[in-house]
Write a protein that binds this ligand. Structure first.
Ligand SMILES: C[S@@+](CC[C@H](N)C(=O)[O-])C[C@H]1O[C@@H](n2cnc3c(N)ncnc32)[C@H](O)[C@@H]1O
Length: 237
């Protein structure tokens, strides 16, 4: 029998594959004056505002070059360094953390780097609503929050439903590169990526760190705590 009580409506949950991951808790964090200034002075050039409609990335970057999406760049130090090492690639870098957004804008302005656009928005929504299919050559997700506690595992980005949303954005021959300092998450990543028939592992299991990836801030912290590091690089067939 149908009922229209609000409580019953609430109890009807969305199917698992349609529910988006909430992978972060917004921390306030302190934005330094220099970080704020870097945003104020450079956002028109370096920033890209979220819009729930497909974007033409070649227009955004002003050239036809391979595009790489980075999800969760943190303070952006590795992002800027990779952009410097790979000038022929364009990087769309997304994070929700304000001070990190300011820091990356500052690094890009200081180093006169033109091949990065910064987004301050939930990358899950960017992927779902803004990126056209086949528009990416690569996806970088370095040291995503491991959400150690079992009851928080549902917040992890690397789960089958989200990867299923990511893969159509990659063109054939493109790659996805993940890294983590949390072994049990590394094994989850390996299992999730290995479950997609259209992905091929570039290594037997974990990959050597590719030459373009410098140590990230979060990685340094993990190493200080005695953690290992696991990289995974899969290509799309
Ligand atoms: C553990 S930190 C790692 C930062 C950096 N990659 C590093 O290795 O130093 C994870 C980052 O992912 C960001 N993040 C988590 N979920 C996100 C999402 N859905 N969209 C964008 N950024 C996200 C967090 O704000 C945080 O800065």
């Amino acid at each position: 029998m149908k009922s229209d009580t609000p409580a019953e409506h609430l109890s009807v949950s969305e199917p698992e594959h349609r529910r988006s991951i909430k992978s972060f808790v917004l921390r306030q964090g302190h934005m330094t004056a220099a970080q704020q200034r870097a945003i104020d002075e450079n956002w028109a050039r370096l920033g890209l505002d979220y819009r729930a409609e497909a974007v033409d990335l070649n227009r955004v970057f002003g050239r036809d070059a391979p595009k790489v999406l980075e999800i969760g760049f943190g303070m952006g130090t590795a992002t800027a360094e990779i952009a410097r090492r790979l000038p022929d690639y364009d990087f769309l870098a997304a994070d929700v953390h304000g001070p990190g957004v300011g820091n990356l804008c500052k690094l890009l302005a200081e180093q006169d780097l033109h091949n990065v656009r910064v987004m301050r928005h939930d990358a899950v929504e960017i992927v779902e609503n803004m990126l056209p299919d086949n528009s990416l050559h690569g996806i970088h997700i370095f040291f995503p929050d491991p959400w150690h506690k079992k009851r928080h595992h549902k917040r992890r980005l690397i789960q089958t439903p989200f990867v299923a949303k990511l893969l159509p954005k990659l063109h054939s021959g493109g790659y996805i590169h993940l890294a983590t300092d949390w072994e049990e998450y590394a094994l989850q990543m390996l299992e999730v990526l290995s479950g997609f028939a259209e992905l091929k592992n570039t290594a037997a299991d974990f990959a050597p760190v590719p030459a373009y990836r410098p140590e990230t801030k979060f990685e340094m912290r993990g190493k200080r705590l005695g953690h290992g590091v696991w990289d995974l690089v899969f290509t799309k067939l």
